[in-house]
Write a protein that binds this ligand. Structure first.
Ligand code: 26V
Length: 857
């Protein structure tokens, strides 16, 4: 495409400035010079938004008139990160914005960092959903995302002298210019009540007497795709809220003095459940899940009937993907709506339901598999419960024919068992495809977790390895690296990431290596500025202390950022730190690479062990950073409150990416991909997508693989042959580090001492029927230690290191969500791209021009 001329850029920036001034006057009653940062930010976004609206409308109209098959992505979590910068980039407005800022006397950093991002998710699953939205829009796939608009997102984490404190996340403190409340589209969701059989209808359908009624109000967020020309598509992310509807407030209960009960349904979308395990049996959570399923389904039906006269094409036109089992009650609700409202016979309704639905599994942890108490489920969702009973009866009857005399199998596969509703089983039987998120993960699903379902439905199981959007995580987060790449291979990689492989040609080129190292140094310097400013530690009363870091950008930046979980093994890294510290004390003069170790991540509020691990890291941090000898070689930082925008600062600065989960436990990981794209080398176990990254990058350029394989781990588990104690006593280096947890080497007071001792016991003693060291930390320690020595040796050869790093970037072509979404479209949704109709786009543009008051007609 031709680059816009200087004149055009100048004219566009003048128009934008005029619009900003217009909004400032008409909304805030201010002139530019008086506007504070909040007002300027909002006026700026409103002005920018106008361009987005054109393509948004044209996208919607194109898809409506073409009557295309559409995918609806349902997720309880989204972590989109900040919108403004991404939107500027996808509008290709950087130059114009640069001029606008100059003309209005503002700075880009102040503007974009002003945005408060939505933290509507826990971690990987929510971030994946947002990367998917980006790629769906970029690939112009007819799609819509559905989720919940939590008033309070994931808690804000502060760490007071090693103790995690949770504070409410008030992301809606100020107006959010990226959402549009759609009052006309609100919908009613019904819960509880008594189901009464409708007479004179062929299917067994029920009316609900005296239900609780909740209004679901949609808020739409435009998600912009990237296009090298200006015909980018805009996908809608529709988030439901129960907050804004006065009818939700139950006056009778209020009058009866039950304020808490009266407000329950208005507060349904107040908080995101801040855990990725153990949330079963929570009433509000089940109500939230049903709210998402029911409101989204009604919306899907409404949209469908705006284009179709009868139900017959529904199974053809509609695809629904459920992000883990959280929206799985949708399967029952879809059956109910088809049979009750559209008179579809049960058998046919079941075919449609299966045809439409796909289920993605994101975890192998049995604790995280959702199972609801049957009584609770029946009370909150009586009609859906009846449907599930019928689905399950049909299913078990089929099983009994297929496997006569195998009642145990029937019990294992049944949806209703042990007083529970097992959502994974419901999801598998109600979908036409079930997918894992990395090859290893899918294989384990088939071989272990869902083995009997796989035997029954071998064609139903597919793998689609995760990805990330390289546009946010490379182009936007690391503009210097992006231009380093574009200078060498052109800009085609922004749209087609498979082109990144061409970067390999430059890996051995010394000039490229030097420039890569310079880019990395600048990213590290940026991160150090952040650590010395916002990212500082706090004392016991929450006051921020000096950062206390002695190292500079020449140090090896060694980073582990993710939720704190035992299986992710931050503890392994912490033990290695203790060993390194002890070695330095022993012999400070031995030449070793200087290392800055950075952690970041939240622990679930009720997950004591995870909180204790944070505490341990903070104890090590204090010890090491304050030791005048050790701190010349080793520094530790725990960055509190990890979220997308912080990740965008931290990840580009990494030399080493720590992906060290116990093999077989991390479904995929996506942080691993972000780091690698940014030229970090992975210290990694053979787990999740690490395996495929190694294969793509090739063993030759993947030097830091370590640890037991998932087969070895399974073997030790099944044979009960793992002896943590023997490893501890057999390795003096390791023993001394583990002992530091028990003796008061690191703890500075009694409470700390008790916490750290708990870690010691978890590694070496069984408790509550569980084995010592359940995550095989001691098992993998030795190979981790060895690999870390190799890390330091390679780091002494910067140009060689750079060669490895460039090969790592070049090998990442497969790991864009563009590829993942193409695979979902082919293997699961049978969906094709539907670009904007140029005539429609032109018509909307003309209508916009005509209506624009800031343009002199
Ligand atoms: C479970 C639950 C249980 C009920 C309460 C709320 C809640 C929220 C989340 C979850 C499951 C979390 C699963 C998850 O985040 N899995 C991660 O998914 C990533 C994307 O596929 C993947 O890369 C990570 O390996 C996997 O841990």
């Amino acid at each position: 495409m031709n680059e816009p001329t200087q004149d055009i850029l100048e004219a566009e920036s003048d128009v934008l400035v005029r619009k900003i001034k217009h909004y400032l006057i008409t909304i805030f009653g201010r002139v530019l010079e008086e506007a504070d940062a909040d007002e300027y930010y909002l006026a700026f976004c409103y002005a920018m938004r106008e361009k987005i609206m054109i393509n948004w409308q044209a996208t919607a109209e194109t898809w409506l008139t073409r009557d295309v098959r559409t995918v609806y992505y349902l997720s309880m979590e989204y972590l989109p990160g900040r919108f403004l910068n991404n939107n500027i980039m996808n509008l290709k407005n950087q130059e114009v914005v640069g001029r606008v800022l100059k003309k209005t006397g503002r700075a880009l950093h102040d503007l974009v960092s002003h945005e408060y991002e939505p933290n509507l998710g826990n971690g990987g699953l929510g971030r994946l959903a947002s990367c998917f939205m980006d790629s769906l829009a970029t690939l112009k796939m007819p799609a819509r995302g559905y989720g919940l608009r939590y008033q309070y997102g994931l808690f804000e984490q502060q760490i007071w002298d090693g103790v995690q404190i949770e504070k409410p996340d008030l992301w809606l403190r100020t107006e959010n210019p990226w959402e549009f409340r759609r009052d006309l589209r609100k919908l009613m969701v019904k819960l509880c009540g008594t189901p009464i059989r409708s007479p004179n209808v062929p299917e067994e359908v029920y009316d609900l007497v005296d239900p609780e009624e909740v209004w679901a109000m949609p808020y739409d967020i435009p998600i912009l795709g990237y296009s090298p020309t200006n015909d980018f598509a805009v996908v809608t992310l529709r988030l439901w809220s129960t907050k804004e509807s006065p009818r939700n407030f139950q006056l009778q209960r209020y009058n009866a003095g039950r304020l808490d009960q009266a407000a329950e349904n208005t507060t349904l979308t107040d908080v995101l459940y801040p855990s990725d395990v153990h949330e079963t049996g929570r009433r509000i959570r089940l109500k939230q899940e049903f709210l998402l399923a029911s409101a989204s389904l009604q919306d899907i039906f409404r949209y469908y009937f705006s284009r179709n006269k009868d139900i017959s094409a529904f199974g053809d036109k509609v695809r629904i993907q459920i992000n883990d089992t959280h929206p799985a009650v949708l399967i029952a609700e879809l059956m109910r709506m088809l049979t009750k409202h559209f008179n579809v016979a049960w058998k046919q309704a079941w075919e449609i339901t299966q045809n439409c639905t796909g289920y993605t599994n994101h975890t192998l942890m049995t604790e995280a598999l959702e199972a609801w108490d049957q009584n609770l489920f029946r009370y909150l969702l009586p009609r859906q419960y009846k449907i599930i009973e019928r689905i399950n009866l049909d299913f078990c009857t089929m099983l009994r024919t297929k496997y006569p005399n195998d009642e145990d199998r029937v019990r294992r596969m049944s949806v209703l068992e042990n007083g529970q509703v097992r959502m994974a089983n419901l999801s598998i039987i109600g979908s036409h495809k079930v997918n894992g998120v990395a090859e290893l993960h899918t294989e384990i699903l088939k071989a272990r977790a869902f083995r009997e379902f796989y035997e029954l439905y071998p064609d139903r199981f597919v793998n689609i390895t995760n990805g990330v959007t390289h546009r946010r995580w490379l182009r936007n987060a690391n503009p210097d690296l992006a231009s380093f790449i574009s200078k060498r291979i052109g800009t085609g990689w922004i749209q087609d990431f498979s082109q990144i492989s061409r970067l390999a040609e430059f890996a051995a080129d010394e000039e490229s290596q030097k420039q890569f190292l310079e880019v990395k140094r600048a990213c590290k310097s940026h991160l150090l500025d952040f650590l010395n400013d916002e990212g500082r530690p706090r004392d016991a009363v929450g006051k921020q202390l000096p950062a206390n870091l002695k190292l500079d950008t020449s140090a090896l930046f060694d980073i582990q950022v993710k939720r704190v979980h035992e299986y992710k093994r931050q503890l392994l890294k912490a033990l290695h730190l203790i060993v390194r510290y002890q070695e330095i004390l022993e012999n400070p003069f031995v030449a070793r690479a200087k290392r800055l170790v950075i952690f970041s991540g939240k622990a679930a509020a009720s997950y004591e062990m995870a909180k204790t691990i944070i505490r341990l890291i903070s104890c090590i941090d204090k010890k090491v950073n304050n030791d005048p000898v050790a701190n010349q070689l080793l520094n530790v930082a725990y960055v509190e409150n990890y979220f997308v925008s912080r990740a965008e600062i931290i990840i580009p600065a990494a030399d080493v990416s720590e992906q060290i989960s116990t093999a077989g436990m991390e479904a995929s990981g996506t942080g691993n991909m972000k780091f690698s794209m940014n030229g970090a080398l992975t210290v990694g176990t053979e787990d999740g997508a690490n395996v495929e990254m190694r294969q793509a990058i090739t063993d030759a350029w993947w030097p830091f693989r370590f640890g037991a394989s998932s087969e070895e781990i399974t073997d030790m588990r099944t044979k009960n042959s793992y002896r943590a104690w023997d490893l501890y006593t057999g390795n003096s280096r390791l023993k001394r580090a583990v002992d530091a947890l028990r003796y008061r080497t690191l703890a500075t007071h009694d409470i700390e001492h008790q916490s750290l001792s708990a870690l010691y016991y978890s590694l070496l003693e069984s408790s509550w029927g569980s084995q010592p060291d359940r995550y095989f930390v001691l098992k993998d320690f030795d190979s981790y230690y060895t690999v870390q020595k190799r890390v330091e040796a390679l780091y002494q050869m910067p140009l060689k290191w750079a060669e490895y790093a460039i090969h790592n970037i070049a090998g990442m072509g497969k790991f864009s969500t563009d590829r993942a979404i193409s695979e979902y479209s082919n293997k699961i949704w049978d969906l094709t791209s539907a670009p904007l109709d140029p005539e429609i786009l032109e018509r909307v543009r003309a209508a916009y021009r005509e209506s624009d008051p800031t343009v002199v007609q």
